[in-house]
Write a protein that binds this ligand. Sequence first.
Ligand code: SAH
Length: 237
Amino acid sequence: MTATGKVYLIGAGPGDPELLTIKALKRIGEAQVVIYDRLVGQGVRDLIPEGAERIEAFERSAGQEEINELIARNAREGKRVVRLKGGDPFLFGRGGEEVQFLIQRGIEFEVVPGLTSALSVPALAGIPLTHRMLSSSVTILTGQRACEREINWKALVDLEGTIVVLMGVQNLRKNMEGLENAGLDPQTPAVLIERGSLEGQRTLASTIKELPDLAERERAIPPAVVVVGEVVRLGYR
Ligand code: SAH
């Protein structure tokens, strides 16, 4: 048996390094190799120790299989490998796939949860996702591969709760139309929060009907979280 290292799959939170957990900060400080994705902010990258090797890898530049192999190779060399992902590693972050791979290969790992942008970015904009009088559920969905067949808009609308869309800038119009076509009032408040917790955080507040035009006019770009529901009215910035 050769000595193998260990992989730490860590959630880096929405970007501001002060929103890392204490455990994440410790593990990053002890890392010998850090493999991070594009969403990991500069402030967090700056915490990687001088002596550690740093590798940027995200699935659009390298394939997921390539990233898995990269992680495995470093672990097999006996290193402490930190795999750093934006937000929480298990929410739309392919962390689940990486862990499955590590299990198959018999590589030891630890998961350190992170503050997901889905919950923290609305909070930073002052929007409570639930409220006793306004909303008793939250649904988090991806806006990316959404088309009417894949997302059950009707079921979502019937829930009468808050909807949070990640990766929602590109298909914003299509998704807002999906909600409207499923019967959601076009005047339902909707907000797009760009660069949550980072310099230049910006909030574009409107309705599901008007938000796509506003986002286009204001040239909104990812990363951004979209929130739909009555709770949006309570936001303070
Ligand atoms: N695992 C991540 C999500 C990865 S998907 C998490 O838990 O947060 C990438 C999406 O996350 C982006 O398209 C955007 O919708 C959202 N996101 C991540 N960081 C963000 C930030 N600082 N501000 C706004 N949205 C963010």
